[in-house]
Design a protein around this ligand. Structure first.
Ligand SMILES: Cc1cc2nc3c(=O)[nH]c(=O)nc-3n(C[C@H](O)[C@H](O)[C@H](O)COP(=O)(O)OP(=O)(O)OC[C@H]3O[C@@H](n4cnc5c(N)ncnc54)[C@H](O)[C@@H]3O)c2cc1C
Length: 456
């Protein structure tokens, strides 16, 4: 147990705690320690802020005053790997990428792969229902979790779900808990689905003259029989961001890039069909309508045979945009039906013009999840990185969230609500839905001690 305020625990990756916030940091080594902490919190009426690795971007793990910050980082055992049942049983504090590394010698991997996989924990991924690059084919975290071991607000240990691939007994508490951002229970372990490593992988890079052309490329893939493992769209300004941060030299005028990974059997056939689909995309009539008479565009398609070059591109996509040093920057996360990508990129550009700010965006295009960046240069006489963001960035974010809803989307694709998106909940959820969610909260956590003020 730590009582010294430790700056590492004073916020997540995006939202610092309020000045003067004091909290008690507890780092249990085992499940019994988690239970004992919750019993104590229950008896004393102390709020508990669960924490995985603190890589969240919505303030979910950010301490509140007078709380216990309950870090699961020491629960790092991979208890079991069973390739016949295609499951692994892992504790909540296991770092996401470490699980796939442990599975690799068995010829298996764990599919959910947020770009933060080297920073985030399995428990945090489950609490936020994290997405990632390979969701396009393998689904988000919830599609890889069969069962959970959780500690309830009063310290009771509960096992939910099953180890079998099928299972329909009772209400599905596992799926209810996934994505509940630490407001219903503490995840201490999970039975997760593992998959055989693909027999082959191939990266294809398609450069389109415009972002609308690249969005048309996504529609062309949707119409084709090819289902990429990953399909990422980088607009012209995000390519410029990457160049500014890394010097990679990937921006070319207004062109946008689709970075596609294929995997599995028949990779040559998949590649052929992908190239055929992308080669026919790009005309205005292919922007989400019925296909019409769009002819071949001047899309430039390259199969990246050199694995090092392919990995370089994927690494640029994962972390190349950097943190935007020298700028006030607000990173967003919205999702829309993927057929509306062209509209979404047009909206982002319009919001930039109307608010006089710079915008750039990348998208997990295979599932319609956009990460726009809204920014303004920091004045040279005010380089303080902790200075509050100018209100115009928040106003632009507000427009963006409303436009995403108007396109049939959602206010958060994968980063969660935390505190950062709390004020927009009513825009998406009906009164009836919120009231029901409050009743569920009452049932799980009658004293409202688990992550109060977050997510719900
Ligand atoms: C560079 C970078 C890239 C990112 N890329 C992605 C991405 O591609 N996809 C994506 O989805 N996210 C991404 N994120 C966001 C973040 O990594 C995810 O939200 C991740 O799932 C958080 O995991 P964590 O262990 O760090 O959790 P934390 O940040 O510690 O906590 C996140 C939330 O989960 C709760 N929580 C944590 N552990 C538990 C537990 N054991 N039981 C109950 N509640 C718990 C916390 O209270 C909080 O509400 C990125 C973040 C960064 C910094």
């Amino acid at each position: 147990m730590h009582t010294d305020p430790d700056p590492v625990y004073a916020g997540d990756h995006a939202v610092p705690s309020a000045p003067g916030t004091s909290f008690l940091l507890v780092l249990p080594r085992d499940v019994e320690g988690v239970q004992a902490t919750l019993r104590l919190a229950h008896e004393t009426g102390t709020p508990v802020v669960p924490r995985g690795a603190g890589s969240g971007l919505s303030g979910g793990a950010t301490p509140i005053d007078g709380s216990i910050v309950l870090s699961l980082e020491r629960l790092t055992r991979i208890r079991e790997i069973d390739v016949l049942d295609e499951v692994a049983v892992v504790e909540a504090g296991v770092i996401t990428a470490d699980l796939s590394e442990a599975l690799a010698p068995h010829g298996f991997f764990y599919a959910p792969d947020p770009a933060s996989a080297r920073l985030s924990s399995i428990g945090g991924n489950i609490a936020t229902n994290a997405g990632g690059l390979h969701c396009a084919k393998y689904g988000v975290t919830r599609e890889s979790v069969f069962g959970l071991e959780v500690v309830l607000a009063d310290g009771t240990l509960l096992r939910t779900g099953h180890r079998s691939i099928k299972g329909v007994t009772g209400l599905d508490l596992t799926q209810l808990l996934i994505g509940s951002e630490g407001t219903l229970a503490i995840v201490v372990a999970a039975t997760v689905r593992i998959r055989p490593l693909p027999v082959a992988r191939r990266t294809v890079l398609a450069r389109f003259p415009t972002v609308a052309g690249a969005a048309a490329g996504v529609n062309a893939i949707s119409r084709s029989p090819v289902r990429p493992a990953a399909c990422e769209l980088l607009d012209a300004r995000s390519l410029e961001d990457i160049d500014e941060n890394t010097g990679a030299g990937v921006a070319e005028g207004e062109s946008a890039v689709l970075l596609v990974e294929l995997d599995g059997y028949g990779i040559a056939e998949q590649t052929r069909d992908l190239i055929a689909a992308l080669g026919g995309a790009g005309g205005p009539a292919d922007d989400g309508g019925d296909g019409g008479d769009a002819g071949p565009s001047d899309v430039e398609i390259r199969v990246l045979e050199d694995e090092a070059e392919a990995e370089h591109w994927w690494e640029l996509r994962r972390s190349g945009r950097g943190s935007g040093a020298g700028h006030f920057r607000l990173g967003e996360d919205v999702a829309i039906p993927k057929s509306r990508l062209a509209d979404a990129f047009a909206v982002i550009e319009r919001i930039g013009r109307e608010h006089g700010i710079r915008t750039s965006a990348v998208a997990h295009a295979g599932d319609g999840n956009l990460h726009p960046s809204l920014s303004l240069p920091r004045p040279e006489d005010n380089p303080d990185p902790s200075a509050p963001l100018p209100p115009v960035l928040h106003e632009a974010a507000d427009d963006l969230v409303r436009e995403a809803l108007a396109l049939g989307g959602t206010i958060s694709g994968e980063h969660g609500i935390g505190t950062a998106k709390h004020s927009w909940l009513d825009l998406e959820l009906s009164d009836a839905s919120r009231a029901l969610q409050r009743r569920l909260k009452d049932a799980f956590d009658p004293q409202h001690l688990l992550n109060p003020g977050k997510a719900l």
